[in-house]
Design a protein around this ligand. Structure first.
Ligand code: AMP
Length: 195
């Protein structure tokens, strides 16, 4: 089994909300056989289940804010230690979103004896993601929440591009064009990284 885990992809996908990250992540995870972990999905499931985490997260999510780093880091640390990810690798979608989360991710992987394969930045201009988000009509996609999420992205998450770049892990992919075109670009980046 060591062979399987050593070739397993461990990747992060970064990009503005509305960049197509969620859709592309599902396809990438299927193609490369890794586990898709969306922290937004984890939180939405907690809200739907009415757990304590869900109760804490709901208001923050509705306002387009960010759930606290300690909570998020705990969720991801626990999930990454599961045997399915050890065996098949992971695609993290929506995490890390802050410098503190990026530091935590590095520590979590180091503790597991693992390293990241690649961090892909799915690049779509701000005006384009706004149009796409207004069209998808998700419950937390009010104009105010969209603006807040995009502002937080620029402020907290965009600096992570340099963080990953400094570690030689960053690959930027043009997110404009058809879903299939974008997917091919992403898959090519991952194949190249896997060697
Ligand atoms: P997403 O589906 O990734 O757009 O996430 C939906 C919402 O969940 C975000 O607007 C945040 O409120 C929250 N969320 C998801 N991932 C994180 C994270 N890594 N850190 C903080 N909040 C998060």
């Amino acid at each position: 089994m060591a062979e399987v885990s050593s070739s397993a992809v461990r990747m992060v996908i970064l990009g503005r909300q509305g960049s197509g990250k969620g859709t592309q992540s599902l396809r990438l995870a299927e193609t490369f056989g890794c586990v898709h972990v969306s922290t937004g999905d984890v939180l939405r499931a907690a809200v739907a289940a009415g757990t304590e985490l869900g109760r804490q997260a709901q208001e923050i999510m509705d306002a387009g804010g960010l759930v606290g780093d300690d909570v998020m880091n705990g969720i991801v640390a626990e999930r990454l230690a599961q045997p399915d990810i050890e065996a098949h690798g992971v695609l993290l979608d929506g995490f890390p979103r802050t410098a503190d989360q990026a530091d935590a991710l590095e520590r979590i992987l180091t503790d597991l004896g693992r390293t990241l394969t690649v961090a892909v930045n799915l690049d779509v201009p701000v005006e384009e993601v706004k149009t796409r988000m207004m069209a998808r009509g998700r419950e937390d996609d009010t104009p105010e929440a969209i603006d807040r999420r995009l502002a937080l992205y620029e402020e907290q998450t965009a600096p992570l591009l340099d963080w990953f770049g400094a570690r030689g892990l960053l690959a930027t992919v043009d997110g404009s064009g058809s879903e299939d075109e974008v997917f091919e670009r992403l898959a090519e980046v991952v194949r190249t990284r896997l060697g």
